[in-house]
Design a protein around this ligand. Structure first.
Ligand code: XMP
Length: 185
């Protein structure tokens, strides 16, 4: 796996130091409120686990599974919810946690569905990474780990073709990896 990485963007220690800051901010912002975290699977798993263990508040944890990418680097443009029902967040303050804000399609679909169907007291969005680019789907993140350029990244939960999620850092793949046949085919 390491041979496929062209360069590292954020080392594990850099990520964890930033999570300390984010967690401090979130803890202060939600003090005294009924917080429900909704993690968007699978990309946010590592981020969520490391961030939540730093938040010093009682909270409920739920998850939601959607797909907008189908293996490669291009979004399919349609968000499919994998489960029929939404988490029960009536009157609760919801913090949605996702790995990356790219076009905004996925998070906007999740936020709008929760707002329209689940009666939360509030909804905020927390992402580890935000791509700096004009966004086709208008959406602001309330908490952002790092801003990055408009390039495809892997590691720390982020995958290419379901690989590289378990790298402890975030990096950019060598261009030839994208054109190589997948090991599973
Ligand atoms: P949108 O475009 O809906 O994308 O904001 C959100 C989802 O797309 C995936 N995504 C990426 N995954 N490296 C990845 O491994 C990337 O650079 C990347 N950009 C978008 C991701 O699942 C995210 O939740």
């Amino acid at each position: 796996m390491l041979n496929d990485i062209e360069r590292t963007l954020f080392h594990e220690q850099t990520i964890l130091r930033r999570l300390d800051e984010l967690a401090t901010q979130i803890t202060a912002d939600y003090l005294g409120r009924d917080l429900t975290v909704i993690a968007v699977l699978n990309g946010s798993l590592f981020f969520m686990a490391d961030l939540l263990r730093r938040i010093q508040l009682p909270l409920r944890l739920d998850s939601i599974s959607v797909s907008s990418y189908h293996g490669g680097r291009q979004s399919a443009g349609v968000v499919t919810f994998e489960q029929a029902s939404l988490p029960d967040v009536t009157a609760r303050h919801v913090l949605i946690i996702d790995d990356i804000l790219d076009t905004g399609l996925t998070l906007r679909a999740i936020r709008d569905r929760l707002l329209n169907e689940a009666n939360p007291a509030s909804i905020r969005i927390c992402v580890l990474l935000r791509k700096e680019k004009p966004r086709a789907h208008e959406l602001e993140a309330d908490y952002v780990g790092f801003d990055i350029g408009n390039e495809f990244v892997v590691g720390y939960g982020l995958d290419f073709d379901e690989r590289y999620r378990n790298l402890p850092f975030i990096g950019v793949l060598k261009p030839e990896v994208f054109s190589a046949p997948s090991p599973s085919t």
